[in-house]
Design a protein. Structure first.
Length: 481
């Protein structure tokens, strides 16, 4: 704590002055005239008290002798115990100025030298002065504790950390600047009412803090006057210009547009925008029902597609499994095909060989047949020369008939002797031929033997004696049987 001193005796304050400082501010003017003097040096000189001259107002006469005046005193009493005359000195206890990490204090001075603006012609939002002059100091106070008279100087604490401002029912716990911010209420083109929870993150650089305060006055004004209008109006205008569905589907784009718009707006106040986030949107109930039904339909469609793909995969699996199961059968069938091809080739080769053989055999048989035919022809020709044409015909007929198994003539035929008596005719030979044929059929010898015997008998032109028991007319005449 510090003590704000008000003296009850002394010379009145100069015209226009509100507090007394021993020696006034001549020491500040002397320091300011030096080119090497920094603003921080001026601040230290102003905040350093001169109470040691009059023993902290305990030697009141010395106070008056050194130029002390009646009224509010610039230099406060620091922590301690003092023996003061209550009829001469009044003390008010106030807290010291405490500036925490991540904060600066912009000082508004009500006492000091005349105002001399140092902000330049480009800055059109008030004036900035060097420490020791009346006005807003261009050099803020940084982290620390300061024994500064709040009746002579007013300070505005400016957070230099990133401020998170919530346009929602919840407020930040690190500060109380967004206590008056509420949900943004906006309407879409169709008239649907939306409630938007928004968070905006800003940052005030410590070197720009005096200009920010000179522009807006206080941090509360920055939030409630500047940001409230810039953010709220932007979202109202944006939502009013687009359908409700587009706002929902293009929420990310809307958020980026809002950040660009707010950043550009706050840049005019030398405030940095670190982020704009749409945290939640309360949709109209009617629109929620429509969107829910649409989403359910989309999910069902996706489910059906997934099931179809699963079934397709299962079919592929079954086909692969079937092919795997039939590999042995396919291998056997392939081998069977090769075997069948080999057999077909063998059969073809055999057929070609048989055809070749039959061709050769046929040619040989034809040659043989031709040779046999020529031989038979020669034999027949020789027989005709030997026994005559008729006897040759009979011999060949007998040979052919000898091969048969059925009787083709009765056992008894009439034999006629030629009328010219020149020998046996065909009728005369018939009984003889039939006897040999009967002998050939009845005997166990092959037919060829009987035919050969007949051939030999005819060839020799033998006339055999009558068989026993047969009646033959004398003279070789005809006989019937």
């Amino acid at each position: 704590m510090i003590g704000i001193v008000t003296t009850l005796e002394g010379v009145p304050l100069p015209k226009g002055a509100i507090a007394n400082r021993l020696g006034d501010f001549t020491d500040i003017a002397e320091l300011e005239s030096r080119e090497t003097t920094r603003d921080s040096d001026l601040v230290e000189a102003i905040l350093s008290v001169k109470n040691e001259v009059h023993n902290n107002y305990q030697d009141f006469q010395t106070f008056l002798d050194r130029g002390g005046r009646i009224g509010l005193q610039h230099d406060p009493l620091l922590y301690g115990a003092y023996n003061l005359n209550p009829f001469l000195v009044s003390v008010e206890l106030v807290p010291m100025l405490v500036i925490n990490q991540g904060q600066v204090a912009v000082v508004k001075a009500y006492v000091g030298l005349a105002t001399e603006d140092t902000s330049g012609v480009e800055f059109k939002f008030g004036s900035l002065v060097r420490p020791g002059h009346r006005g807003i100091w261009q050099e803020p106070l940084r982290t620390g504790k300061y024994a500064i008279n709040p009746r002579c100087y007013n300070v505005e604490i400016v957070p230099t950390f990133i401020l998170a401002l919530n346009w929602a029912d919840a407020t930040s716990t690190a500060h109380n600047l967004d206590r008056d911010l509420k949900q943004i209420v906006a309407k879409s083109r169709e008239g649907f009412v939306f409630y938007i929870d928004l968070q905006v993150q800003i940052h005030v650089p410590d070197t720009e803090a005096p200009k920010v305060i000179s522009t807006v006055g206080t941090m509360s004004n920055l939030v409630n006057e500047v940001l409230q209008a810039a953010v709220g109006n932007h979202f109202r205008d944006k939502l009013q210009s687009m359908p409700a569905i587009d706002f929902i589907e293009k929420r990310q784009d809307v958020q980026q547009d809002a950040q660009s718009h707010i950043a550009k707006k706050l840049q005019e106040y030398r405030v940095e925008t670190r982020g704009v986030y749409v945290q939640d949107v309360v949709f109209p109930p009617q629109l929620v029902e429509v969107l829910t039904a649409r989403e359910v339909a989309n999910q069902q469609k996706a489910t059906f597609e997934a099931e179809k793909q699963a079934q397709d995969k299962r079919l592929d699996l079954e086909a692969s499994r079937g092919r795997a199961d039939m590999q042995s059968a396919l291998a056997k069938s392939a081998v069977g095909i090769d075997i069948a091809k080999n057999k077909a080739s063998a059969v073809q080769a055999e057929a070609d060989g048989e055809s070749y053989r039959l061709d050769k055999v046929g040619r040989a048989s034809a040659v043989r047949t031709e040779a046999e035919g020529l031989a038979v022809a020669k034999g027949l020709e020789a027989q005709q020369i030997a026994i005559g044409k008729d006897q040759t015909a009979v011999v060949n007929v007998v040979k052919s008939l000898a091969l048969g198994t059925q009787r083709f003539m009765p056992q008894n035929l009439a034999v006629t002797v030629g009328s010219d008596g020149g020998g046996l005719g065909l009728n005369a030979l018939t009984p003889l031929l039939m006897r040999y044929l009967q002998t050939a059929h009845g005997a166990s010898a092959p037919h060829s033997d009987g035919a050969a015997a007949a051939s030999r008998a005819i060839g020799r032109q033998e006339v055999l004696p009558d068989a026993p028991g047969r009646d033959e007319p004398p003279g070789g005449g005809p006989q019937t049987g």
